[in-house]
Write a protein that binds this ligand. Structure first.
Ligand code: PA5
Length: 452
């Protein structure tokens, strides 16, 4: 359902900034070892993300839970952040009507950032009596999520009294964490995130699947799409494995100074896939040390851009700015809906050429124009073509990107699944709020300098 075309990274096409096939092929051993390690880690139970697409038991539980809900709802409130939110946002944007929150039902809301103004405005306006909430946190303790859960629980308790617990669903670690304890005490329905699946790799667990099903999106199909591509992304032939191919292209270009990867969907409905991917690529591969403890400071900054909108915002920089970027377009071959531009206004040069064309022809031409213009400027790009946007193709994209990230991490010999760099900031936040056991000693030297 998704194919990758890398014509515009080839030297023959874009000139000296391009790659020869041998520049890709030379990673054959690295890719083969990486895939072996990833599969072995799954067999040993150290990892689980690749097992998710062939395990339909969570989907069965989700389907029957949603089918048997004892009440109806018009608002779904998702409380979570990072890997406990971004994938759901991407699923909803791709698979619900684009203006669903204005024209459709159920409406979907995200309590994600701890911006007091947006939270206030949300609770001031939301019709609580028509709402259900899904609280998602793998650790069961994330400050942004727990604080908003506390506000939400208080509001739900006041509105629904003893029935409040029916309206709050929790997705968290199956064995540990405060949210699990709270859920058990309060009688909230819980769904599990398997222990060896990290936040940013969790979209194919109940984290993505339950919110999908609650909004009427067949979660089973998302998983089926991911399952359909499993063999392909385990293939050791780089040229037959899109996950390996793109991993290698990005690694090779990083070596050549392209430390920014612009994911560039020419589809508003796929835009948040790029946002989900940003977390995956940045948090997994932005690492100071490799597994042997050697300082590597690796990291290719993922950037998202939207076609055609960012042609009027970013493309000037992309065309003429530094040679530090590689571009990955996303395009949709068969649009589910389309419109013809009416055959009016023939007398003006800026309208007459548009008459009778479909809008799809316009956006496709803009994508081709940008791709070719970049190539003409020696800027490499490749394209993911979605046959169409569907639950299956979205599922396929998720698992493909996860495998691509895992392969890149193995080749770089770093720990793809941790995020030590975010710990200090978290601890300092706790210290500022007076959490027991946390203080500012780690940054005392800087604070002294700042005071001076
Ligand atoms: O990938 C990760 O593990 C993190 O970025 C998490 O998704 C994020 O910090 C949210 O964590 P949690 O789900 O524990 O609330």
């Amino acid at each position: 359902m998704i194919s990758v075309d890398y014509t515009f990274v080839l030297k023959d096409v874009i000139g000296e900034n391009g790659l020869e096939k041998i520049d890709i092929g030379k990673y054959e051993n690295d890719v083969s070892k990486a895939i072996d390690t990833i599969i072995e880690d799954h067999e040993k139970g150290k990892l689980s993300f690749l097992n998710l697409p062939s395990d339909f038991s969570p989907v069965q539980e989700i389907e029957s839970f949603v089918r048997d809900m004892p009440f109806s709802y018009e608002n779904i409130i998702i409380v979570g952040i990072g890997g406990s939110s971004l994938g759901i946002q991407a699923i909803y944007q791709a698979l619900l009507p684009y203006y669903n929150n204005i024209f459709g039902k159920p409406k979907v809301f995200f309590l994600e950032n701890v911006d007091p103004e947006t939270i206030y405005e949300f609770f001031e306006n939301i019709e609580i009596e028509k709402s259900i909430a899904v609280v998602i946190t793998k650790s069961g303790s994330t400050a942004e999520t727990m604080s908003q859960f506390m506000i939400l629980k208080d509001v739900f308790d006041k509105k629904f009294k003893e029935k409040a617990s029916e309206r709050i669903i929790v997705i968290t670690d199956p064995e540990k964490g405060d949210l699990l304890k709270i859920a058990k005490k309060e009688g909230f329905k819980t769904f599990a995130i398997p222990q060896n699946v990290g936040g940013r790799f969790s979209v194919l667990t109940p984290v993505g699947l339950l919110p999908a099903e609650l909004a009427g999106i067949p979660s089973r199909k998302i998983l089926e799409g991911a399952e359909s591509v499993l063999n392909k992304i385990k293939n050791k032939d780089i040229f037959k494995n899109p996950a390996a191919l793109v991993a290698v292209i990005l690694l090779e270009y990083f070596k050549r100074g392209r430390n920014i990867y612009v994911m560039f969907p020419y589809s508003s409905k796929l835009y948040l896939l790029a946002d989900w991917f940003r977390q995956l690529w940045a948090e997994s591969l932005g690492k100071r040390y490799d597994k042997s403890g050697k300082e590597i400071k690796w990291g290719q900054t993922p950037v998202k851009a939207l076609g055609a909108v960012d042609q009027h915002s970013q493309v000037q920089l992309y065309m003429e700015g530094p040679d530090d970027k590689i571009f990955g377009f996303l395009e949709v071959k068969n649009k589910r809906k389309d419109m013809k531009i009416p055959e009016i206004l023939e007398e003006y040069s800026s309208t007459s050429y548009l008459r009778g064309h479909k809008i799809s022809a316009l956006i496709d031409s803009e994508k081709k124009g940008t791709e070719l213009a970049l190539a003409k400027n020696g800027k490499p790009s490749f394209t993911y073509t979605f046959e169409k946007i569907s639950p299956e193709s979205i599922g396929e994209f998720f698992i493909m990107m996860e495998m691509q990230t895992a392969i890149a991490g193995e080749i770089l010999n770093l720990d793809t699944y941790n995020q030590p760099g975010v710990e200090l900031g978290k601890k300092l936040t706790y210290a500022f709020l007076g959490r027991e056991g946390f203080d500012l000693s780690a940054v005392r030297d800087i604070l002294t300098k700042v005071k001076k």
